[in-house]
Write a protein that binds this ligand. Structure first.
Ligand code: CA
Length: 228
């Protein structure tokens, strides 16, 4: 489950429909554009988490779309989906800043696993966060130490990692499954019930009133959010 927004830039409606159906089933929110200009406008207004881009588009070629997009939204990952299979296109697309390339026809499952891989890579990049402070706390992520008023606080390894993941994604809701995948590096490694227990423990450590948390919020029907 994920609440991530994916923008499809694709002129063929039947392909958009298939992608939309399947990706919505995977838990993604889908935005659609039938040409590059519309795609750029939606990207600017909606700031999607990922773009799936066809290269052969009316009015604006996919390459020009990438160039324009990089000016306004340089950090949105792009997966190119195209019938053109020549190696030269692949290299050019990746050179322009696309994150992956998949050739039509393709299996939806393959696309979904590429999407997940891109999201994982992006989360990893963000893991280079070095330190973070809030209220009386200072967290040294490199050393794995949590301080409260300059005193080291004992914290269980997995709870430290959960806190880190929540802070990396601060002010954004994350699902229990997102946490399991990010912290245990495997889907279904532990049950989501266990996540709730770890969250209870974390709240005892950092909240003034764990029953009325100010930082680690519960997001109804989704999961949790570190709010700051
Ligand atoms: Ca096309």
């Amino acid at each position: 489950m994920s609440q991530k927004k994916i923008l499809l830039v694709e002129d063929e409606k039947n392909i958009r429909d298939i992608l939309k159906d399947n990706l919505e089933y995977e838990g993604y929110t889908i935005l659609e554009a039938e040409d590059g200009l519309k795609g750029l406008e939606i990207a600017k207004n909606e700031n999607p988490d990922l773009i799936i881009l066809d290269l052969m588009l009316p009015q604006m070629h996919g390459y020009d779309f990438i160039k324009q997009l990089k000016k306004t939204n340089p950090t949105i990952p792009i997966i190119i989906v195209s019938a053109k299979s020549e190696e030269i296109d692949k290299i050019k697309g990746l050179d322009l800043g696309a994150d992956d390339y998949i050739t039509k026809p393709f299996q939806i499952r393959e696309l979904v696993s590429r999407i997940k891989a891109v999201f994982r890579r992006y989360n990893k990049t963000n893991e280079y966060i070095q330190n973070f402070s809030f209220k009386d706390f200072y967290i040294d992520f490199d050393k794995g130490i949590l301080y409260k008023n300059n005193e080291k606080i004992d914290i269980y390894f997995y709870e430290f990692e959960i806190l880190k993941y929540l802070i990396i994604n601060k002010n954004k809701p994350v699902t229990r499954n997102d946490i399991v995948e990010a912290v245990w590096k495997a889907e279904g490694a532990i049950s989501s019930r266990n996540i709730d227990t770890h969250i209870v423990n974390l709240r005892k450590l950092i909240e003034d009133d764990p029953a009325d948390p100010k930082y680690i919020k519960t997001v109804f029907r989704i999961g949790y959010k570190f709010e700051i």
